[in-house]
Structures are given as C-alpha cells and as structure tokens.
Design a protein around this ligand. Sequence first.
Ligand code: TYD
Ligand code: MG
Length: 453
Amino acid sequence: MKKQQKTAFFCQNCGYESPKWVGKCPGCGEWNRFAEEPTAPKDSRVPPEFQFNEKPRPIDAVEADEKARVKTGIGELDRVLGGGIVAGSAVLVGGDPGIGKSTLLLQVMHRLASAGKRVLYVTGEESAGQIRMRADRIGASSKSLYVLVEVSLENILKYIKEVVPDAVVIDSIQTVYSSLLSSAPGSVGQVREASERLIILSKKTGIPVFLVGHVTKDGSIAGPKVLEHMVDTVLYFEGDSGHSYRIIRGIKNRFGPTNEIGVFEMRDRGLVEVANPSEYFLTERPAGMAGSVVVAAIEGTRPILVEIQSLVAATSFGMPRRTAIGVDGNRVSLLVAVLDKIGGLHLGNHDIFVNVAGGVRLAEPAVDLGVVAAVASSFLDRPVDPKTVVFGEVGLTGEIRGINRMEVRIREAARMGFARCVLPRTQLRGGPRVEGIELVRVDHLRGLMEHLF
Ligand code: TYD
Ligand code: MG
C-alpha cells in the first residue's frame, strides 16, 4: 500500500507551518491565508547540490567580490542595485501585474547581451513568440539573449547548467514547480523549493538570478514573504497603471543602500529613465493654487521635490472624512489634530483629503510640514507662494523639529529654481548654508503661518 503523504497547513503569505488550520497566522498576523500542502519530504541527507564543500578560513584570506559587479547600463537601476549586478546574487523583482517587470528585465537582459554577455530569459507566463513581440517593440533582439519557455524546475536547472549564462531571469517564480513536491505551482512549498534551488545554483556558479514575483492584493509579494528572506535584494515596483511613471524601490539590499529609488517612465518603447525626478514630478503643478505645497523629500540617497495637495471642505453629512493617499493616514490625522488644537484652525467639521501628486509614496516625517502647510492653505483658501519649498517634522506640541540631510534638500530646491525654503530652526549653530535661496527658519507652528501666507 502506498504510504499516504503527510500534509500540514501553511500560511500562503509568510510560510508559517501549522498542523491544523488556523484563521489568523501567528507568524505574520494575516487572516485566512492557510492552505493545506504536503510537507516537504523529511530526508536527513543533504543532497549534494546543496553542499558547498568549503572549509573554514580566516576572513582576511577571503577576497571581496567587489570587482564582480556588472553594470546594466541602466543608471537608475544600477543605483538601486548599489552599483550594478553582483555575481551570484539573487534579486527579487516584485510588483503588480502589468506594471512592467517583464519589460524591465527584458531590457536589462538586452543591455547585457549587447555588451557581449550570454543571458537566459526563462518564462512560464508567455510564449516565446510573445516575448519576441515585446523584444521587437523595445528593440531587444540579440543573438546571445536566449529564451526558454519552461515551468519545470528540474528542466530550468538543467538548461542553466547547459547554457551557462552570465545572468538568468525567472519570470515568474510562481509558475515554476518541482516534480519532487506534490503541491500546486504557486504554493508556498513550491515557491520556496524553486527559489532555494535556484539561489543555491546561483551562489555556486556565480550566475546572478532575477526572480520575478507577483504581488497579492494587499501589496506583499504573494506567498513568498519567505522569499524576501532568501534573496539578497528585493526590488519593488511602485506606481499604478494609470500613471506612466514607475518607481523601483530597493526594499532590501545586501550589497547596497536600501530605500534607494529609480524613476522610470513607461513609453511605447519600454521603460525610459527619468534623469530629473524633481522636474518630472512638478510638471503638472498648479502653481499659485490653495492647497498645493512643494516638499523636499529624500528617497534613498537622493533628494526629490514633490507636490503635496490637500482639499479641506465642510462635511455635509455625518462623520468628517480623512483620506490620505501617498502619506500615512494616521500621521495625517495626528497633524490635523495638532493644527486644530495648537494651530487654532477649526478643522473638526471638515472633510480632509491629502494626496501626494503623481502617486509617489512618502514615508519620512520630514514631509509633515508639507502636509500641515497644504491643509492650512486649503482651509484658509490662501495659496502658498509657489517659489517656496517646505520640510520639517511636526511634533505633538506644535514644535517643528530638525530632520536629517537638510542641506541636500535645500540644494535641490535651489537647483530647481525655488527662491525660499521654510525649514526647522535647529540647535546647531549656523545650520546649513546654501547660496541663492532664502532660508526661513521656524521652530513652532504659530510662527509658520506668518511665513507661509
Ligand atoms: P509587463 O512588463 O508585461 O508587466 P508585468 O511583467 O509586470 O506584468 O508590462 C506590460 C505593460 O506595459 C502593458 O500594460 C503594456 C505596457 N508597455 C508599454 O507601455 N510599452 C512597452 O514598450 C511595453 C513593452 C509595455
Ligand atoms: Mg510579466
């Protein structure tokens, strides 16, 4: 009689294993994410392909791999990667369907192929003909760009060993399945198995691999929260199909800075780098309108100027609404409360909407002052001077706190032709000094209003 295979329940988000079904995952706190899957065969022997057969050695006898970085030639991407592709690294590229993952990676592969490298593009989602059509569209046909339509992990590994490419793309990791496991493609077990074996192969051979990962509706990479731990670098596409710009953000990077962003625009011939993001995000700004304020934010290592918009309108029915897009909603509620109590604006019976123009997401407290200024401007129906940039953190007592890298932000504002910058008054003597732009230092919300309007 055939021995029945053991199963367990796995969280499809983070991979947490449980002997019985549970509603809320104890691992990641998500609801309703458990599914039954066969457990991985418990084999005590480590298969030879998982063994590195190395001996311990002193760290100064180990050579750093720094020279092994390969530039893709796409500057915005190279920066997010920390200077290029590192040999033997695994990069996870996540994002919503249709946002441009396949397009970007095909462009990257084309660049590498044109530079004389041999590259392999494995797809389980499209036919070779479809890839060719896209390649023609973005001008990416090259003799050393190999395409493989395959979903079987064993075959993919076999062909990687056969072709010995300089880089591999797996589009997508959710379509790959191993015949060693009986669970369905896309399940946590399969995704983990496939990634693990691809990553091991990559580490052993030094071939960098890009894994494309689909994203679930709540924004995390489907199933594979586990994946984020396994790979070296996690890149994440932001922006929606309604806008033509795309941001690639490094969420995790073992070989470079995190939170670095690359800005691209989706054109009819693929993704094109945006060299001057500040200019790009400010092109449609309605200068001189109430409720519009420009803030100097830092994304990764780079300053960018973005516009924060707010609309404050009397509530016509029931509870006042507070809606924030692009900034944290709780943060906005807090700032509105500070404006109400300390700033003396009576916002209690008003609906308040805050939006970061262009769909950018801002997470640093430095944009507090921008939110406050935009809300106040809309409420008072008085425009903020269009040549003014603001930044600074706002505390609960209405104090305006210093933030990091002020000088970089001021320089960016000056470079973009702004005449005035409203910023925190810091304890540091002198503070940042930049030519050609007037600096207005404020330390409290009360003083702020006089300077803004
Ligand atoms: P794609 O790379 O297939 O997305 P993903 O792999 O993340 O699912 O991107 C497809 C979208 O990009 C599709 O809506 C069409 C658009 N697109 C362009 O606008 N220009 C182009 O040159 C290409 C190739 C795609
Ligand atoms: Mg795709």
